[in-house]
Design a protein around this ligand. Structure first.
Ligand code: CP
Ligand code: NVA
Length: 318
């Protein structure tokens, strides 16, 4: 993509970004190319979403998602308005349909972070403006786009034959990473204790995608075997937001699933350590790995900004 100030990045042929299962390789390539240009020439593209307004409704805490969507809108000449929904779930004061029907009259796009994924699909059904998933209990697509965009930068775009291993809970972050890895033709391995496997619908969708792309998806409780010769090792918190009452129980169940220096020794010497953040040193990751030379966690966090700007430029700027 050449650097121009024309702001014409084109569009994606769908309204919302709720799941990466819906994305073709061409869609991902377009998001990555747009993100790369927005990153390279950040100052040049300050009119892409001129005058556009983004509603951000969050039922849960956030550092990265909240700030990167807000700053992303500001970077491109738009504006974001945040509504803190931590005290009352979306739909409790008035129906989700009515929330959507109001927001579409004032805003050009909606980012929502919800407990129930169903709230996002309902917002999407009733809203004529794009709805972007800022994390649900089921999926975290913007995270996985930033994760794989970062690997794209590090590996020069070459995903074929790469082994990415997620160690821990088969959660929202894991689910979206599975979708992305399958679409990019990677060998995805999830190492988790019995009972904490990723959702079978996600795994089936990914296996279907992987048949087309030459990728593969494996689930194992054998963490050492799983991590062997990995090109990237990923982990996330053992108890996600909404699972606070399971913290102790999960700490016991996941005790042997910490990503530490001994485990990283089994991966390839140039393997990357990845985490969506927030991280808990001494729990799912040791401080030495989190802060060590293989860690790319802050590169990923930076790329949340560029990738989400690309998603907004391609969805909202129609
Ligand atoms: N990784 C991520 O989504 O971070 P926040 O919860 O801080 O938004
Ligand atoms: N799995 C974590 C991700 C946080 C970004 C959670 O849902 O809390």
């Amino acid at each position: 993509m050449t650097s121009t100030a024309s702001h014409d990045f084109g569009t994606l042929p769908f309204k919302d970004l709720l799941s990466l299962a819906q994305l073709s390789r061409e869609h991902i390539d377009k998001i990555f190319a747009t993100a790369a240009e927005l990153k390279k020439n950040r100052e040049l593209h300050d009119q892409v979403l001129k005058g556009k307004k983004l509603a951000m409704i969050f039922e849960k805490d956030s550092l990265r998602t909240r700030f990167t969507f807000d700053v992303g809108m500001q970077d491109m000449g738009g504006h974001a308005v945040f509504m803190d929904h931590r005290d009352a779930r979306i739909g409790s004061r008035e129906s989700i349909k009515d929330v959507a029907k109001n927001l579409e009259r004032w805003f050009h796009g909606i980012v929502a972070r919800t407990f129930k994924h169903r709230v996002l699909t309902e917002l999407s059904e009733h809203s004529s403006v794009p709805v972007i998933n800022g994390l649900s209990d089921y999926l975290h697509p913007c995270q996985a786009l930033a994760d794989t965009f970062t690997l794209h930068e590090k590996w020069g775009g070459d995903f074929k034959g790469k082994k990415i291993v997620f160690v821990g809970d088969g959660n929202n972050t894991c689910h979206s990473l599975i979708h992305a890895a399958a679409r990019l033709g990677m060998h995805m391995v999830v190492c988790c204790p019995e009972g904490y496997e990723p959702n079978s619908k996600v795994v089936n969708e990914a296996m279907h995608i992987a048949q087309e792309t030459g990728g593969d998806v494996d689930i194992t409780d054998d963490v050492e075997k799983g991590v062997a010769k990995a090109d990237a090792v990923y982990t996330d918190v053992w108890a996600s937001m909404g699972q606070e009452d399971e913290v102790e129980e999960r700490a016991a169940v996941f005790h042997d699933y910490q990503v530490n220096e001994d485990l990283m020794e089994l991966a390839k010497p140039d393997a990357f350590f990845m985490h969506c953040l927030p991280a808990h040193r001494g729990h799912e990751v040791s401080a030495a790995v989190m802060d060590g030379p293989q860690s790319i966690v802050y590169d990923i966090a930076e790329n949340r900004l560029h990738v989400q700007k690309a998603v907004m430029a391609l969805l909202i700027n129609k």
